[in-house]
Design a protein around this ligand. Structure first.
Ligand SMILES: Cc1cc2nc3c(=O)[nH]c(=O)nc-3n(C[C@H](O)[C@H](O)[C@H](O)COP(=O)(O)OP(=O)(O)OC[C@H]3O[C@@H](n4cnc5c(N)ncnc54)[C@H](O)[C@@H]3O)c2cc1C
Length: 437
């Protein structure tokens, strides 16, 4: 059995890479160890850059048909001084519409629907061999050789490139001797999808003191919710019974009461344990790591799935070009790491900072966070930079001057142009430089 590219892992990273490759005439074998999809919730928020990539792959109409557009995120910070008629004060709006059209919105879509949309055209191409249940049993002696288990049978395979897209607990990563740095957090989340009141149409984050709930509308009158838990909360709530869980929701988001009360079984509620993980390198010989196997980030900024899609897009272009031009050397493959690693580390740091902002239930921390968010939302210069960074469309590095502005200590209107750093927008030339040399 021979193939151009072997991908281990049929998550969103592996599937997007498969589609990108077959759309450029590359033969792909994709292994997925699970017989059927897991019931675990995973990423559902597509950022603008991912929407652009899915558009180029020709699947955006299907994604839009099954998704819910998010033009903005409303952030309610309930402090003693900011209680309005609705009990939550006026929200700060973080607005995707400040980004250039046409990719100036985010989109919520059930994870499995997105995977099915990406898989269908890849299979139709006739160039994808999708094996499940299948996995690598061991690496061979020679470069590109592996022994697979396919439905319990051992099958040898040779590929020009081997890709590990197995998620955060990747065996492939271990087998190619890549070390990881791990960081844990002082909190966890409950996450569950429930019915959505008609009035809840924007992504909405409500926080009060040390508590936090995020509400992300889905189609079919559903909403994906995440509730932050402090140390000890999980045991306490479970000990008190499901009514305690309903109460937590209803206190932060009263409009959800009747929907959340329909949940009567803890098994319907998923515990999400955030973990930050960074692989020391992404490329080793003919092997490459992508998606959560290379970098897993705190979910606060909704970036993990998007980073996986962005990896797949850039690696897919590089591999297709290498296959076309008969290049198989590691030095050329290193292009992927040179482009993606700094971007992934930047987004990982951003997600980490967002997590820290909600990590400490201290009044002072809350007041600083609320003030910073309001300041960003008020000034177009700060808002644009913030939205570019989460969109994936570019990078606006934050300097000390930016931080001073975000804290409201220096108005962006008064900061001289020379101290304002430009935004690095990503383009085809920066994403796929091998096509332009
Ligand atoms: C509850 C939750 C909420 C999240 N919310 C968001 C969000 O809103 N926005 C966002 O961008 N991200 C979010 N994320 C993160 C996002 O889901 C992940 O970053 C993304 O799924 C990573 O994709 P992946 O393909 O790299 O890995 P995975 O999705 O983990 O896929 C890996 C695949 O590889 C398979 N596999 C594993 N080992 C092997 C093996 N040895 N052989 C063959 N196959 C194997 C697995 O079965 C799986 O199908 C969330 C994650 C969770 C858990």
């Amino acid at each position: 059995m021979d193939t151009d590219v072997l991908i281990s892992g049929g998550g969103i990273a592996g599937l997007t890479l498969a589609l990108k490759l077959v759309s450029q005439g590359v033969r792909v074998t994709l292994l997925e160890k699970r017989v059927r999809e897991s019931v675990m919730y995973k990423g559902e928020l597509l950022q603008p850059k991912s929407i652009e990539i899915l558009d180029r792959l020709g699947v955006l109409p299907a994604v839009l048909a099954q998704g819910w557009r998010i033009p903005r995120t409303l952030i309610y910070e309930r402090t003693r001084s900011a209680k309005g008629a609705n009990g939550a004060g006026l929200p700060a709006a973080l607005d995707y519409e400040v980004l250039p059209e046409p990719y100036n919105y985010a989109l919520m879509i059930p994870h499995d629907s997105l995977k099915a949309i990406v898989l269908a055209p890849a299979l139709q191409s006739g160039l994808l061999r999708f094996l499940r249940p299948a996995q690598i049993v061991r690496m061979g002696e020679r470069r590109g050789e592996v022994m697979l288990s396919v439905g319990g049978e051992q099958v040898p395979l040779r590929a020009s490139f081997l890709i590990g897209a197995e998620g955060k607990f990747s065996a492939f990563r271990e087998s190619i001797d890549v070390a990881v740095k791990k960081q844990q957090y002082n909190h966890q989340f409950f996450t569950v999808t429930i019915g959505r009141p008609e009035s809840l149409r924007d992504a909405t984050v409500i926080s009060e003191g040390g508590r936090f709930i995020g509400l992300f509308p889905l189609p079919d009158n559903k909403v994906r919710t995440v509730l932050m838990l402090r140390k000890g909360d999980y045991q306490r709530l479970k000990g008190e019974g499901i009514g305690a869980f309903h109460r937590e929701y209803a206190q932060l988001a009263p409009m959800l009461r009747e929907h959340v009360e329909q949940l009567q079984d803890w098994q319907e509620i998923q515990l999400m344990v955030p973990l930050r993980l960074e692989a020391e390198r992404y490329v080793n010989s003919a092997c490459v790591l992508i998606g959560d196997a290379a970098h897993s980030v705190h979910p606060m900024a909704g970036e993990g799935m998007n980073m996986a899609i962005q990896d797949a897009d850039i690696l897919g272009s590089l591999l297709a070009w290498m296959v076309r031009s008969g290049k198989h050397d590691e030095a050329t493959l290193q292009w992927f790491e040179r482009i993606r690693k700094p971007r992934a580390m930047f987004v990982s740091a951003l997600s980490h900072m967002s997590a820290l902002a909600y990590s400490y239930p201290i009044g002072m921390a809350h007041a600083i966070r609320a003030h910073t968010i309001r300041t960003i939302a008020k000034h177009p210069y700060l808002m644009k930079r913030y939205m570019v960074n989460i969109s994936g469309l570019g990078m606006a590095k934050e300097t000390l001057v930016d931080r001073v502005m975000q804290m409201g200590l220096w108005s962006p209107d008064r900061v001289p142009n020379t101290l304002q750093t430009p935004i690095d927008w990503f383009s085809e030339e920066t994403d796929y430089p091998w096509l332009y040399q």
